[in-house]
Design a binder for this molecule. Structure first.
Ligand SMILES: Nc1nc2c(c(=O)[nH]1)N[C@H]1C(S)=C(S)[C@@H](COP(=O)(O)O)O[C@H]1N2
Ligand SMILES: [Mo]
Length: 396
């Protein structure tokens, strides 16, 4: 929603204060976006706190210097305040029911008997970068830290569905986790995939992140992984899969996580789209990670810029860098290729001779030619952020 007549700073304050009040019932001025506290939660590193109830924690950019984001540093996002605080594997089951020949109730050990698969994939919240939209939009005011690059291992969703035996005429699979709404009137978190998508080779029920069990806040004991698509589909602490004869009409599909049904997924800033569709695949992005925006450098001293680039499942073909505000672009060198769902690190040598302020921009192109816009493409929910960002490096 567009808020006319409110400055960006007022808006961020308003959002933050509301969130803080929801969390604690009191006014806590430290919680507004742009001035966030670093917090340590169980199994997690020093992450930036967006909201405490439900926990929303963002990864500081320094962690993206690594090709793989450590489990402790991966961002956290829950929609509902009643999140699982412990899971007992003796009683935990993953159930499969609905339009199936054999309903299943699987222990974690049962699940681990299916063939194990593994790949590296970017996980990114659909609202990553939302705080940069202008005019501002409602929703979690993420900077760029609602993302990470993780090696996932687990089993194919398809293999589990096959064991259950899908009945003819079934259309979708509906996924639910262990989290519950705080009030019966609030819809529980559930997402669905059409059966043909659900049966793609790569869709995973993951029980490991980077070779270790999932942190509780990231969905222990298992979560769905839908590589290339935004994380809203990556249902955490997955416990219930229902094969349904009808398309799923739950709140999180019908009303939330929708984008304008236009070629760019965007509309005129501040306007309401005529028609919307569910968000799916991630846009192509590239970011400067080191040195960070605003850093000071010494004139005449060579430095290597580095960052990351990724796209929704098509790999990165090239990354170019401009150190003069977009006048000249030169190719960056790409690092190790961990597959089309992973991000790739890019490197670019810079030797600023003159003192002054350098406008540094990065642009990626994926293997099917998708790139990034110069100006932000606006949509009312603040999704798909992938504008070519402006970074300022100050040379002294
Ligand atoms: N059960 C459950 N799964 C969920 C959510 C949730 O609220 N409940 N949020 C989704 C959204 S919108 C995001 S961005 C990711 C966040 O995953 P992470 O906390 O592991 O980073 O989880 C997804 N899966
Ligand atoms: Mo999200």
């Amino acid at each position: 929603m567009h808020l006319p007549g409110i400055t960006r700073r007022d808006f961020l304050k308003a959002v933050g204060v509301t969130t803080a009040m929801a969390a604690t019932g009191t006014l806590s001025p430290v919680l507004y976006a742009g001035e966030r506290r670093l917090e340590t939660y169980p199994e997690k590193a020093d992450l930036l706190l967006l909201t405490a109830r439900p926990p929303q924690l963002e990864t500081p950019l320094k962690y993206f210097k690594e090709l793989i984001t450590p489990n402790e540093a991966l961002f956290v996002r829950w929609h509902l305040a009643n999140i699982p605080t412990s899971v007992d594997l003796a009683t935990w089951r993953l159930v499969v029911h609905g339009e199936v020949e054999n309903a299943l109730s699987l222990t974690l050990d049962d699940l681990k008997r299916f063939e194990k698969i593994e790949y590296t994939a970017v996980i990114q919240c659909a609202g990553n970068g939302r705080s940069f939209f202008d005019p501002p939009v409602f929703g979690g005011q993420w900077l760029n830290g609602a993302m990470g690059n993780v090696t996932w291992s687990g089993v194919r969703l398809r293999d589990v569905l096959k064991r259950a035996g899908i009945k003819a005429g079934a259309q979708e699979v509906i996924f639910k986790g262990l989290d519950n709404p705080p009030l019966p009137t609030v819809p529980g978190f559930a997402k669905s995939l059409a059966l043909d998508k659900a049966q793609e080779d790569e869709i995973m029920i993951a029980y490991e992140m980077n070779g270790r069990e999932l942190p509780l806040l990231n969905g222990y004991p298992v979560r769905l992984v839908v590589p290339g698509w935004y994380a809203t589909y990556w249902v955490k602490s997955l416990s219930d899969m229902e094969v349904a004869a009808q398309p799923f009409e739950g709140f999180w599909k019908k009303s939330a996580y929708r984008i304008p049904d236009t070629a760019c997924g965007c509309v005129e800033p501040g306007s309401t789209p005529a028609k919307t569709i569910p968000i799916t695949r991630m846009t192509t992005r590239s970011l400067l990670i080191n040195p960070q925006d605003g850093s000071r450098l010494k004139a005449g001293r060579p430095i290597e810029l580095m960052g990351v680039a990724f796209s929704g499942g098509y790999g990165i073909k090239e990354v170019s860098v401009s150190v003069n505000g977009g006048l000249d672009w030169r190719p960056a060198r790409l690092g190790k290729d961990l597959g089309r769902h992973s991000w790739v690190q890019w490197y670019y040598p810079m030797k600023p001779q003159k003192a002054g302020s350098y406008d540094v921009r990065v642009r990626a192109v994926n293997s099917i030619g998708e790139s990034q816009p110069l100006d932000s493409l606006w949509n009312p929910a603040g999704y798909l952020w992938n504008k070519i960002e402006r970074n300022t490096l100050i040379v002294v």
